[in-house]
Write a protein that binds this ligand. Structure first.
Ligand code: MN
Length: 233
């Protein structure tokens, strides 16, 4: 039985997808993995130590990913909805136990994104030893710029990453400050999951995360990638 002949009791959602610079076809999103504590200064501001023995991960649902543009909703049930600007990798070729030396060959495109977070719920979850889902896997919380194909030659190991809030510099760091380099993340993550084309990987945020208010304009960038510009409502 092929997909076109499958009958469903209701119409399934169309795949979540993101636009790609310079082409009509879109990138279909399968899963979104996020790395925690990948910049020392951010771990410190959260009151944590970086665990250098291994990165850790959490996830966002594919349909919680949206293009970082236009108006974006501030989530319900939080008094402290935070921005986290991050490098995002879009996997184009899957695999399990991917060697670090070949890891970046699996990246189809790069982008700059926001891992929006209910910080108050996350703090509560940490305190109680509960999962982070309601803090992190939030509708419209994975905001991603237009994807730039890796074939353009972007180096994910260096370059300025930054975020402005209402024209004020909010976050600024360099990708060289990442605790785990993008290739190491892919190699490690692929020992837990068989990576699939369509997977996104949010690689963690630098220091100086903060809360948004209605009407805030957020502008994010990574040197060599697309910029994004959006308004929180
Ligand atoms: Mn994050």
């Amino acid at each position: 039985m092929n997909a076109s002949s499958t009958e469903f009791v209701f119409q399934p959602l169309a795949p979540a997808s993101l636009p790609i610079a310079g082409q009509e076809a879109r990138f279909p999103v399968h899963r979104a993995f996020c790395v925690g504590r990948n910049y020392e200064a951010h771990a410190k501001e959260m009151g944590n130590e970086v665990d250098r023995s291994a990165p850790f991960y959490f996830m966002k649902s594919a349909h919680h990913i949206a293009l970082a543009a236009g108006e974006q909703p501030i989530a319900a049930r939080t008094d402290n909805y935070h921005y986290e600007v991050e490098l995002v990798m879009a996997v184009g070729r899957g695999g399990r136990d991917i060697a670090e030396a070949e890891a970046l060959d699996h990246v189809y495109a790069y982008a700059v994104g926001l891992d929006m977070t209910r910080r108050d719920l996350q703090a509560n979850a940490k305190e109680k030893g509960r999962p982070w889902d309601t803090a992190k896997n939030v509708e419209s919380s994975g905001l991603v710029s237009v994807l730039q194909p890796a074939s353009a030659g972007f180096d994910p190991n260096q370059g300025e990453i930054g975020l402005e809030q209402n024209g004020r510099l909010a976050q600024k760091a360099d990708l060289s400050e990442q605790v785990w380099r993008p290739a190491e993340i892919i190699a490690d993550l692929s020992t837990y999951y068989c990576l699939q084309p369509g997977d996104l990987i949010f690689t963690g945020t630098p220091a100086a995360v903060g809360a948004v208010a209605p009407g805030d304009r957020l502008t994010g960038w990574i040197d060599g990638l697309a910029r994004f510009d959006l308004t929180m409502v």
